[in-house]
Design a protein around this ligand. Structure first.
Ligand SMILES: Cc1ncc(COP(=O)(O)O)c(C=O)c1O
Length: 382
């Protein structure tokens, strides 16, 4: 990255900052950004082309800024996926859940407001806080990476955050948040005043469920609680299990009032007609889009077992139990050296999270075979 010259009036808190993002490299095996590795079924590709062709002549006009058809389709999807009965007014979409989260920070954060996260967690969260001048605070997770409920509740009481942001399954650890812990947080937050807001304001609990479709079957999603708790917002994405990362579609499920607050800060026409058309086509083929989820869960199980059987310098590897499509494993005194050696051999994973750990996301069966072979060689040689 070239430095921004001093004659540009860059915001002083951004001086020295780098754009966020994992490396995008042209290597044979990319297991670093938690995508679904399988391309779209030709039937879905055709459906997308048909939908896009239909809207193309109308691209001289702005799109439906309320994206009503898409919100209805997402509400239907949530009904099938999580048995949540939500109206389209309780659903909102944007360009990836990154944009959803930024909109939440824009609507509820800001100067004088705090958002509380539970680290280690997704490394974009502090950036949304920075970009919206929101104070970002942390409650540290326990050594097994589950939430430290007592500390988290103490922090909520002490800080009066506008939002408590929990991730389930968490990135980069894969740790799910049990429903009883979520309801406890919701109950606590219903009694807390928000610093920097009016006396009636109570914190919102935001659950980032980017990877939720990878959870064990039968496990509930936070969206099933939306009818019971007005101050619950669940962020989701089509980028992961749904195999649609390139289209950039994330969505929010929440009370109508939270959605209406987010609508205040959205850019006009933020979601292009092409994106809406493509997303609708994909949602019409939910079964095909999710067809590989089971296989990826099996890959996760097999990879976790395999990693647990590996050693580094005579010590077995630590493998963090994951409910997602990635696994955090370690620990290595010099994780960057392992990461680089893997990359040099064409396998891109991620050096992220707590010191010493690496994260690998589940690829195709052939990619996972290559990952295993390469890691064995790298561990033996270093
Ligand atoms: C926990 C979590 N939330 C949100 C996102 C953003 O995903 P997207 O903007 O593609 O929906 C990611 C991406 O890696 C993530 O790991």
């Amino acid at each position: 990255m070239s430095a921004i010259p001093a004659d540009l009036p860059l915001r002083s808190d951004l001086v020295g900052e780098e754009p966020y993002g994992a490396p995008q490299l042209d290597v044979p095996v990319c297991l670093n950004v938690n995508e679904n590795p399988y391309p779209l079924d030709p039937e879905v590709v055709e459906a997308i082309c048909r939908r896009v062709r239909k809207v193309a002549p109308g691209l001289n006009r702005y799109p439906d800024r309320e994206h009503e058809d898409l919100r209805r389709a997402l509400a239907d999807y949530l009904k099938g996926e999580s048995r949540a009965c939500l109206g389209p007014e309780q659903v909102w979409a944007a360009n990836g859940s990154n944009e959803i989260m930024l909109q939440l920070f824009q609507a509820f954060g800001g100067p004088g407001r705090t958002v509380l996260g539970c680290d280690p967690t997704y490394s974009m969260y502090p950036e949304y806080a920075r970009d919206t001048f929101t104070n970002w605070e942390l409650a540290h997770r326990l050594s097994d990476f589950s939430l430290d409920m007592d500390t988290t509740i103490e922090r909520i009481k002490a800080l009066g955050p506008a939002m408590v942001l929990v991730t389930s399954p968490n990135n980069p650890t894969g740790t799910p948040l049990p429903m009883e812990n979520l309801t406890r947080l919701l109950e606590v937050c219903s009694q807390i005043r928000v610093a920097g807001a009016g006396p009636q304001a109570r914190p919102i609990v935001v659950v980032d469920e980017a990877y939720i479709e990878f959870r064990d079957p039968g496990t509930p999603s936070a969206v099933s609680l939306i009818g019971r708790y007005d101050h619950l917002a669940v962020s989701r994405t089509m980028s992961k299990a749904f195999a649609f990362a390139g289209a950039r579609v994330g969505y929010l499920a929440a009370s109508r009032e939270i959605i209406d607050a987010v609508r205040i800060v959205r850019m006009p026409y933020h979601l292009s007609a092409l994106t809406q058309a493509a997303a609708l086509a994909a949602l019409e083929h939910t079964d095909l889009q999710l067809a590989r989820v089971d296989q990826l869960r099996r890959a996760r199980r097999a990879t976790a077992e395999w990693l647990a059987g590996q050693e580094y310098h005579g010590r077995p590897l630590t493998v963090v139990p994951s409910a997602s499509n990635f696994i955090l494993f370690g620990t290595f005194p010099d994780r960057d050296a392992i990461f680089e050696a893997m990359k040099d051999q064409g396998v891109l994973i991620r050096a992220v999270g707590p010191e010493g750990y690496l994260r690998v996301c589940m690829g195709t069966d052939a990619e996972m075979e290559r990952f295993r072979q390469t890691l064995v060689g790298v561990l033996e040689g270093s």
